[in-house]
Design a protein around this ligand. Structure first.
Ligand code: 5GP
Ligand code: ZN
Length: 113
């Protein structure tokens, strides 16, 4: 999609600190980290949110979660724990309307909301 930030990162048109990449998935450090480890995982295909991705290409969600597990281990938070979340829609705080999975860890995280 022409006007989508995460499509541009996936295409390499906008730089990011990439920590993991496959044919279908790319993961990069969040530009404004909310925890010591904050990685954003996206499918390279464009879908507006996680539910749209689930409907269009459900297997890709499996790939995102498996990649998140690998990244958590690589970042050293696999044992201590980490949070995985999809913000879905404006009221949830979604600001980039390309489905993405946040991986947060490296500290004791507070309660949601
Ligand atoms: P959302 O709020 O939509 O769930 O998450 C979007 C995330 O993308 C935010 O945590 C935000 O900091 C991050 N972000 C926004 N612009 C950029 C960027 O240009 N590069 C990177 N690496 N992250 C970004
Ligand atoms: Zn996109």
């Amino acid at each position: 999609m022409d006007d989508c930030l995460f499509c541009k990162i996936a295409d390499g048109a906008i730089p990011a600190t990439v920590v993991h990449q496959t044919d279908t998935v790319i993961a990069f450090r969040d530009i404004a980290p909310q925890a010591p480890v904050h990685v954003v995982l996206v499918a390279k295909r464009h879908d507006t949110d996680a539910v749209a991705l689930a409907k269009a290409a459900p297997g890709v969600l499996d790939e995102l979660f498996l990649a998140a597990g690998e990244i958590a281990e690589a970042e050293g938070v696999g044992g201590s724990g980490y949070r995985l979340l999809f913000n879905t829609g404006a009221d949830a705080g979604q600001t980039v309307f390309h489905a993405h999975l946040h991986l947060l860890g490296g500290t004791r995280l507070g309660p949601l909301a």
